[in-house]
Ligand binder design. Structure first.
Ligand code: NAD
Length: 474
């Protein structure tokens, strides 16, 4: 596996001022060094992006699309290398890593094909009003450690196709797949169009506060998102924030317990629960509770927790030590105040392995119910009245996703309409699509990614309001 990585600044692959360890969460051992950028290097990256932007914006969208498609082709040619590197730095099982890379390639191509043509708002009586969109300039992408590749390309592709340039900063514990993408970009994109700097959590404020950054697209925790928003205030910068969630799954009384348990289990435990829109609390009718628990217990006990590079592993380690300690503490607290429904086995070796765990009997204000766990542990709660469960699902500062499960699709959709979050899936989960807007309500975010709405956020809208003098009465 590749262990030599460089930053990308102004089209050149360069060393940092120092390096830091990148740890494989399945072994707790360092397997590669990441170059660390200085503040001066970040300034160079922003300056390069600023210098490159006018010529990039002057290309036609079709020309920019051709560049992005070349990048997607280059990723496809190294799909497996990306997947293995992702498993090594992030921890997820290899099949899930390959899926993230495949989704990233698809996302680049899909977004590169989108356009924002002028909109005619009025054309009558000699008055023509159009809305025309232009790029913002240099945009910053700041990404977290749970999906380092697909979350990055979901920012890079709309930024570049609309004629902006970018400086990207990955999370310190998962920088390497971003640097592999940078290596491909160095050969394909014009110098300065896409730059990557890495840090140990110190460059974020400098990047978001930089006077030549026009927009910040941030994905991460709500706590950090608030800091990003505050630092963008000074320059009235555009921000897109994709933040935390505490998504409820509402199981209706007409769905078989076995079906519901399988869907809810998968929605809670994929990527070891480290998904912003993972199912983080499940609400089940009281009359179904025992059967649902028996079914979800079977699935939980069948989990194969192991190094993601081992064939057959279904749940990898959590990504880093801080998250490991946080999730274990939440599980201990929940076990003490609730009832253990099931716990998987986990390997007795080094690695941030947490056994998938399902816990019942908790009150709505228990930390595992009220806060974002971001790990492989799920609380199951009961309800008797649909109005009550809707109110409890909405009683959260978060509003990212959510799911409703029911045989009567229209009834389930009626419940979904009343959940206050950016996305509610009915009888499916995680159907994130680059063509469909994705956004959070309340403290789960601001603005949109994906779809036309997401593309618009990388542009400034101008109203051109013209009258035809020849049409005026003499
Ligand atoms: P985090 O907020 O700790 O870090 C995210 C990124 O912000 C990292 O690159 C980090 O270096 C950088 N950063 C840290 N301090 C900064 C500052 N002051 N200014 C600017 N940048 C700074 O988040 P995390 O722990 O890496 O990720 C987990 C969180 O991300 C969870 O809450 C999860 O729900 C959320 N998330 C949300 C989405 C979504 O689309 N809504 C997707 C994935 C993850």
């Amino acid at each position: 596996m590749k262990t030599d990585f460089k930053l990308l600044i102004d089209g050149k692959l360069v060393d940092g001022v120092s390096t830091f360890d990148v740890v494989n969460p399945a072994t707790e051992e360092s397997f590669a060094q990441c170059p660390r950028a200085s503040e001066a290097m970040l300034d160079e990256a922003v300056a390069a992006a600023k210098a490159a932007q006018p010529a990039w914006a002057a290309l036609s969208a079709d020309e920019r699309q051709a560049y992005l498609n070349k990048l997607a082709d280059a990723m496809e040619a190294r799909h497996e290398e990306f997947g293995r590197l992702l498993t090594a730095e992030q921890g997820k099982p290899l099949d899930q890593a390959m899926y993230e890379i495949g989704g990233s390639i698809y996302t680049i191509r899909a977004i590169a094909g989108m356009r924002l043509p002028d909109q005619t708002m009025r054309d009558e009586g000699g008055n023509t009003i159009i809305e025309h969109r232009t790029p913002l300039g240099v945009c910053a992408a700041i990404t977290p450690w749970n999906f380092p590749v697909i979350l990055l390309v979901g920012k890079m592709a709309p930024c570049l196709i609309t004629g902006n340039t970018m400086v990207a900063k990955p999370a310190p514990t998962t920088p390497l797949t971003t640097l592999l993408l940078a290596e491909l970009a160095a050969d394909i994109l014009p110098a300065g169009v896409f730059n990557v700097v890495c840090d140990q959590n110190e460059l974020g404020p400098k990047l978001t506060g930089h006077p030549d950054i026009a927009k910040v697209s941030f994905t991460g925790s709500t706590a950090t998102g608030k800091k990003v928003m505050a630092s963008a205030a000074e320059g009235v910068k555009r921000v897109t924030l994709e933040l935390g969630g505490n998504d409820a799954a509402i199981v209706l009384d007409d769905v078989p317990a076995k079906v519901a348990a399988e869907k809810v289990y998968n929605g809670a435990m994929a990527n070891a629960g480290q998904i912003c829109v993972a199912i983080k609390r499940a609400y089940v009718p009281t009359a179904m509770y025992d059967e649902f628990c028996a079914e979800i217990a079977k699935l939980t006990k069948a989990a194969v927790v192991d190094d993601g590079s081992k064939q057959g592993a279904t749940v990898g380690p959590v990504q880093n030590k801080m998250q490991y300690d946080k999730v274990l503490a939440m599980i201990e607290d929940a076990k003490a105040s609730g009832t253990l429904i099931a716990e998987a086995a986990k390997p007795d070796k080094a690695g941030y392995f947490i056994a998938p765990t399902v816990i019942g009997g908790l009150s709505d204000d228990a930390p595992l119910v009220a806060e974002e766990q971001f790990g492989p542990v799920l609380p199951v709660l009961t309800y008797d009245d649909i109005e009550d469960v809707i109110q409890r699902a909405n009683d959260s500062p978060f509003g990212l996703g959510g799911t409703v499960w029911g045989m009567d699709q229209l009834r389930a959709m009626d419940v979904a309409r009343r959940i206050n979050s950016g996305t509610v899936w009915v009888n499916q989960h995680l159907a994130i699509d680059p063509n469909i807007p994705f956004r959070g309500s309340k403290q789960s975010g601001l603005g949109s990614e994906h779809g036309t709405a997401g593309l618009m956020e990388y542009t400034q809208a101008h109203i051109i309001n013209a009258v035809n003098l020849e049409a005026e009465p003499a």
